[in-house]
Write a protein of this length. Sequence first.
Length: 404
Amino acid sequence: MKALTLDAENKTAFVQDVTIPERGQNDVLVQVCAVALNPVDALYVFNPLGSTGRTVGSDFAGVVVAPPDQNEELKRGQRVAGFLQGACSVNIRPGAFAEYIICPADLVWLVPDSMTFEEAASVSLCALTAAQAIFYRMGLQAPFPWEEAGEGSKHNDSKVQNSDDGNSFSFFIYGASTSVGLYAAQLVRRSAEFTGRAITLIGAASSGRFPMLQNQPYAYDALIDYRDENWPERVRELSGGGVDYAFDCISEGSTVQLVSSTLRNSRSRMAIVRSHEGGAWTAEKGLPVEPVYGAVWEGLGIEIQYQNLVVSASPAARRFAVAFYRWISEEYKLQANPTRLMPGGLDRIVADGFVLLGAGSMQDRLSERRTEPWMAPIGAVKLVYRLCSLSDTAIDAIAPIYSG
Ligand SMILES: NC(=O)c1ccc[n+]([C@@H]2O[C@H](COP(=O)([O-])OP(=O)(O)OC[C@H]3O[C@@H](n4cnc5c(N)ncnc54)[C@H](OP(=O)(O)O)[C@@H]3O)[C@@H](O)[C@H]2O)c1
């Protein structure tokens, strides 16, 4: 098959023929129809952690070619999506930017007929990142059951008093137009609906995004422009003295310190998307609340090693991810993020998509300007590539089974 593979020496990636990975007992083999790009995919091509030849990429959507034996839930020809770790760690495991992938069967979710493969590819990594931060790490009530006892309860300890009053809460999302932020708003709303609690949802984005963010499915109660001076003060005013929960979906430079200053008190909770150890953000003054960081890879339930960081294998995080994907499979209550279909398939990911993403931080993105329509800066949109359409798929059994 064709796959986009790492060229570590030259800090790039190229498409070559590789062997289809061998399927483990509980793995599903998927023909990939679309992939979505995430900042980490480009980050670890431009700053490689591992050896040349590894398959790059995280998010995929496609059709089941071979379900695990004895698995009654997955069938050949079903539309599924998920994410892999790819070349984003020291551990050698194949990624998603390939014609075929293997993935543990309980970590794929069923794509509804109403959703395109490109839309589905935009969901898995970013929606799980948001769900982990909001429910698993900050402890807001999830709208789906997951095992809260045992290991996971340290993240969700009901004995620890939150700053909200039980009947209502305020939630601030910094970077509301990021891919993670768009799912975060929807998940916070689903939680409020599920528990019947009143919510004040406040977001920070550039003002051009306000009309989109004021509408369903995000329905922000208040929005502020992160380029305005004194925006933290506005958030405190809008929330009547500070928010109960804050999620910084950027976590770069001074954002963590500024977002932290919007919290109501020391019992408020805050989550971030980039680690302090990675050096993406700095805080000059002490933070009143320790922000919780976690890598989405935790959801895979396997150890992931970075250069200076080890994400331990966490059965609880894995159970949470499985429960989350089961929820979106069974009652799909999230709207997929807007997508931009990039031309050229696998061959153009490095030349176009990774150029737009830059080397990992939002600041890096500002330098590159090209004139092709698909090379407009990324804003409230997910870059996706089509790898196959159903008409040219090689799965001979699809037609009788596939109903989409
Ligand atoms: N911890 C994890 O496991 C994990 C998982 C996924 C992502 N991440 C990280 O989360 C971050 C967001 O990723 P993403 O894929 O969601 O991003 P994305 O969709 O590419 O974000 C693009 C958006 O960022 C906004 N933005 C840029 N600079 C900003 C700033 N200084 N303040 C506020 N908003 C700003 C822009 O907003 P406007 O258009 O409104 O200006 C743009 O719409 C990345 O750093 C990524 O590496 C971490």
